[in-house]
Design a protein around this ligand. Structure first.
Ligand code: UT7
Length: 337
């Protein structure tokens, strides 16, 4: 654990992550596989994104299947049965169905009922939004044990003919069991925000009330990710680093007191630019983007799960998480573990 300044405050949002879990499809798609599908190269993908491979769900796997697996694992790690959860929150941009929520489908797959279940739509920032909501529910006494999950089957929202987007994404789910704890753990500082004016920069045009599904929308490939890559890149670096710097300042600690930075993992260059702006050494940044690509809302919780299991996060550590996503949305927070 790194040393914090005298002015470190008590958590502003109290919670404890008592268990984490992850679900990753078995099928690995390498850059070489993509070379056979679109005009691209392993070299281009590695140079521009840092991604070597990603996981792809089979046809029978829906987002809720991955969510259920990750939540089961998180509950096992927390030492509770899934029935003991009193809320299930799933952050996703690739829901099972437009309605009902993926959280409700997840309950069905887990064979549980009764507790509240709902989705959060905030793109890649979704899991941090869900964690903020879970902390508020715990503080309000609305729930005691909440599953906070980020789950995506991005491969079903990707246009496999569009080389500028299909090389970026992967499938997976990550989950945490979040409880109130003894008051010493939780967010030392955090912030969240959005700028909906940037909505058209990264979105799925068809399938909602703006443009309903039709033979024409399918023919024009409007049910997939449409993105202005350069604009996303610029806003990503600005919002992730800005939110992280704000959290560090609000926590009343120096950046040297951060034990680990877990940024949203869209691209190794975005992670590096964020790290540089925040001013954290490379050995305190956790990255899995080379193995899994961008799994949207699932990325941060899977990174948290892997870091925890690899012994990179210890009780008492200060872990800075920061993310950006479609919307545009962003959020950052420093957890005292
Ligand atoms: O969670 C949010 C999700 N989205 C993101 O995080 C995306 C953020 N943006 C990025 O990561 C980058 O903008 C990309 C990786 C998508 C693209 O990198 P870039 O350095 O911004 O490249 P570019 O878009 O400026 O394209 C450079 C060239 C273009 O060719 P020309 O016009 O220079 O001839 C593209 O057509 O690279 C070409 N290109 C490719 N070439 C080989 C685009 N995609 C590919 C590809 N393989 N897969």
């Amino acid at each position: 654990m790194n040393v914090a300044s005298e002015s470190e405050r008590e958590p502003t949002l109290r919670f404890k992550i008592t268990g984490t879990g992850a679900a990753l499809p078995e099928r690995v798609m390498t850059n070489a596989d993509l070379e056979r599908m679109v005009e691209t190269s392993d070299q281009w993908i590695r140079d521009r994104t840092g991604i070597r491979e990603r996981r792809i769900a089979d046809e029978k796997t829906a987002t809720s299947d991955l969510a259920a697996e990750a939540i089961s694992e998180a509950c096992a790690a927390a030492g509770i049965d899934v029935e003991e959860l009193d809320a299930v929150i799933v952050a996703t941009s690739t829901p099972d169905t437009v309605f009902p929520s993926t959280a409700c489908w997840t309950q069905r797959k887990l064979g549980i009922r009764g507790m509240a279940a709902f989705d959060v739509s905030a793109g890649c920032t979704g899991w941090l939004y869900a964690l903020e909501i879970a902390g508020g529910l715990l503080a309000a006494g609305s729930a005691k044990r909440i599953a906070v999950c980020g789950a995506e089957v991005m491969s079903r929202s990707v246009d496999w003919h569009d080389r500028s987007t299909c090389v970026l994404f992967g499938d997976g789910a990550g989950a945490a069991v979040v409880e109130l704890g003894d008051g010493t753990t939780g967010y030392l500082a955090r912030n969240w925000g959005a700028d909906g004016n940037l909505a058209p920069v990264l979105y799925q045009p068809a399938g909602g009330s703006q443009l309903q599904a039709s033979a024409d929308t399918v023919a024009r490939r409007l049910h997939s990710v449409h993105m202005e890559g350069n604009a996303v890149f610029r806003h990503a670096v600005r919002s992730m680093s800005g939110a992280a710097q704000q959290a560090v300042a609000d926590a009343g600690i120096g950046v040297d007191a951060i034990d680990l930075l877990i940024p949203h993992q869209a691209n190794a260059r975005i992670i590096e630019a964020t790290r540089e702006r925040v001013g954290i050494d490379r050995d305190r940044v956790y990255s899995i983007v080379d193995r899994y690509g961008n799994m949207s809302a699932a990325t941060v919780p899977i990174a948290v799960d892997h870091a925890r299991r690899e012994g990179r996060i210890h009780d008492g550590d200060r872990v800075l998480m920061t993310a950006f996503g479609t919307g545009f949305t962003w959020a950052a927070g420093i957890v005292r573990w």
